[in-house]
Design a protein around this ligand. Structure first.
Ligand code: EPU
Length: 312
């Protein structure tokens, strides 16, 4: 009997990751699972562990470089409406917004803005689910999600469910301590503000993004993390990498920290270009850039430490 027996209703086989990632790159995920409840998610996790099936959680796929060969395991997505609820709770002394781990970050930001709740509007234009955004502590110069969330509901690998306060969630620059668990929901305590004021700020963030980033292109946002006190985009630019190309992968001429996938591009092209850019920046500045984009390899066993290879 296959390990996914009983999960037929929520499992699809050999689904191209190119359909599920913003780079639109990547071969098939062997199993694509969409659990419909906490209990079903816990069952999937348990069955994967019992059967030695590697698994990953995928949100909007906006920060992922999948392998051309795909992923030899289970890709779990919290796309069922059970996981994507957005709810506003108002009481005499507190207003909070509760969003499921699978909820769209953009929809959550818009719900807050419309309802006159301040704090999330700086996250306009970031393509993510709430789960992915919290795990990565998504953000930019207009704020990061870890600063506005009050607590996070998580499922541990053994299926236990727990609320974690923001201290325990360990938010750092583009990272958190949520990597070893699955984000089920986030709770945001937000102050009341005039929706018109919030809408104006929301629009300003969007205008900035459209002016400075290739928002319509196939990409995974910023490829590299900013080293402390430096701008990765500026360093890549000063190392003359804008327009640098490998196959169909090109360093954006709009913002140097973006790699854009042109027709015919493969994940291998992007990986090679990341390596080339990393080397050039290292030669120029003596700094080894770290990728912000998560690189998925076909099998865990064949994972390569790209960073170490690139600057060596
Ligand atoms: N710059 C250049 N050349 C470029 C790009 C940027 O010289 O090609 C310079 C800019 O002129 C500026 C500095 O570098 O002086 C910083 O650039 P920017 O303001 O665009 O900010 P960033 O640090 O590159 C960060 C986030 C973005 C987020 C923006 C805006 C990181 C790695 N990136 O970019 O997030 O959208 O701020 O809030 O933290 C992402 O995480 O995927 C992402 C795009």
């Amino acid at each position: 009997m296959p390990w996914y027996n009983d999960f037929e209703a929520i499992c699809r086989l050999d689904v191209p990751l190119a359909q599920l990632t913003s780079f639109r790159l990547g071969g098939p995920a062997r199993f694509l699972m969409s659990p419909r409840s906490h209990a079903e998610l816990a069952d999937v996790l348990r069955r994967c562990q019992e059967n030695n099936v590697d698994w990953r959680i995928l949100g909007r796929g906006a920060n992922i470089l999948a392998d051309d060969a795909g992923f030899d395991g289970a890709v779990i997505r919290l796309t069922d409406p059970f996981f994507s609820n957005i709810e506003i709770r108002r009481s005499a002394d507190l207003t909070c917004l509760l969003a499921g781990g699978g909820a769209d970050l953009g929809a959550t930001v818009r719900a807050a803005v419309r309802s006159g709740l301040e704090g999330l509007e700086g996250l306009a234009g970031i393509p993510a689910t709430i789960g992915g955004a919290l795990r990565m502590n998504a953000g930019g110069q207009f704020g990061q999600i870890g600063s506005v969330v009050s607590r996070v509901l998580v499922m541990h690998m053994d299926g236990r469910i727990q609320w974690m306060d923001k201290i325990r969630a360990g938010f750092r620059y583009r990272s958190s301590s949520l990597a070893d668990c699955i984000v089920l929901a986030g709770e945001f305590a937000l102050a009341e503000e005039d929706p018109k004021v919030l809408l104006d700020r929301y629009r300003q963030v969007w205008i900035y993004k459209r002016q400075h980033q290739p928002v319509a292109a196939r990409s995974a946002g910023c490829v590299f993390k900013n080293p402390e006190g430096r701008s990765a985009g500026q360093m890549v630019d000063q190392a003359d990498c804008k327009g640098l190309k490998v196959g169909g992968a090109v360093v954006s001429t709009v913002h140097a920290n973006f790699i854009v996938a042109e027709p015919g591009c493969t994940a291998a092209d992007v990986r090679q270009l990341i390596g080339n850019v990393t080397r050039r920046v290292f030669e120029r500045f003596g700094i080894c850039l770290e990728t912000e984009v998560e690189i998925w390899r076909y099998q865990r066993a064949s994972q390569v430490d790209l960073q170490r290879c690139s600057c060596a």
